[in-house]
Design a protein around this ligand. Structure first.
Ligand code: GLY
Length: 335
């Protein structure tokens, strides 16, 4: 299926289809120089399929993991393009998860003040969330996503078959971003995830419904002036947990813990049960005092506080301005 996305800077299509990767040559304009970016945890066959479809491919393989989302990798991508004499008519294709996508998009946004970017997300997390909406960034001096831009892809190719090579932990962590969208915006999707008895079979439907939510949010508020902040549900605390854990927990796993902190009542109980059902952590090793310095440095913080997304009823959300002190109180109560 094709999901059209309209943003203030670019309109593009998400192609969601099993087997789409094999048809990449007919879905993207690869008849030029193409920087193909992937990581060493992504099956090499995926990026090779893309390379074979390109007129002239230059490939960069970064080490798997959040540690690669940095200035050194960013520089490596720019050097590869400059070294191969890329012009403004050439393009970048990301083949991988959120780190590969965000980093590649940022390099595409900056090279010659912006060249075309395509995203082929191959993890559940990137398929349901990060591949759509144009967030491009690297981490810097220990702060996640602090240097970046909005740079929309020209097309996103989502092939659910690529998830077959993903291990269960990665799938479950990626599912957290769909749980986030369901918990805040779509009670029926939440129930679908709650009741699923065969996650692998249900994933294409979960991806489709999460993408529709993501598309609607991004179309209304591309640059995160208001509504798009809903997609940060669980992320203020989640990012802090991720930094404090020093890479032992996956992004989605940390977001799950963050959602618990920011929800209450029956909604909290249902989120906790879903996390448990998919073997996701509901407790962490850090204390509130250990997490607070990371929260204070999070980019969404301003004038001593954040706009937190709170959920007290599944499918609905509230934006609440919270001081750092109020967040600390919630942490003390909920972790
Ligand atoms: N992943 C959150 C957003 O795209 O805004």
């Amino acid at each position: 299926m094709v999901i059209p996305v309209k943003t203030d800077t670019r309109d593009y299509d998400i192609i969601l289809e099993s087997g789409a990767l094999a048809k990449v040559g007919s879905l993207l304009n690869l008849n030029r120089k193409v920087l193909v970016v992937t990581d060493d945890g992504v099956p090499a066959g995926y990026s090779e399929t893309v390379e074979k479809a390109c007129k002239e491919a230059v490939k960069v393989v970064i080490p798997q993991g959040e540690g690669s989302k940095n200035m050194d990798s960013f520089k490596a991508l720019l050097s590869a393009m400059l070294g191969a004499d890329f012009t403004r008519a050439d393009c970048v294709v990301a083949v991988g998860g959120g780190v590969v996508g965000d980093l590649s998009a940022f390099a595409a946004a900056c090279y010659m003040r912006g060249i075309e970017f395509y995203n082929i997300p191959t993890t559940l997390l990137s398929q349901v969330d990060s591949s759509v909406g144009g967030k491009a960034a690297v981490d810097f001096e220990g702060v996640k996503n602090i240097v970046g831009a909005f740079w929309q892809p020209s097309r996103v190719i989502i092939d659910p078959d690529t998830l077959k090579t993903l291990d269960e932990r990665q799938i479950n962590a990626g599912l957290c971003e769909a749980v986030k969208m369901a918990a805040t915006c779509d009670g029926e999707l939440f129930e679908f995830i709650e009741k699923s008895e065969n996650l692998a079979a249900d994933l294409p439907e979960i991806i489709r419904r999460a993408l529709l939510i993501k598309r609607d949010v991004v179309e209304k508020d591309t640059r995160e002036q208001g509504l798009r902040k809903v997609l940060n549900f669980g992320h203020t605390v989640g990012h802090a947990v991720e930094s404090a854990e020093g890479g032992t927990l996956l992004h989605g796993e940390c977001v799950g813990v963050g959602m618990l902190v920011m929800s209450e009542g029956e909604a909290r109980e249902r989120i906790e049960k879903v996390l448990e059902k998919y073997n996701l952590p509901t407790r962490i090793n850090q204390t509130a005092d250990e997490l607070m310095p990371y929260i204070v440095h999070d980019k969404k913080g301003s004038s001593g506080g954040v706009t937190a997304v709170r959920v007290s009823e599944i499918g609905k959300f509230e934006f609440v301005k919270m001081t750092n002190g109020e967040i600390k109180e919630l942490l003390v109560k909920n972790i």
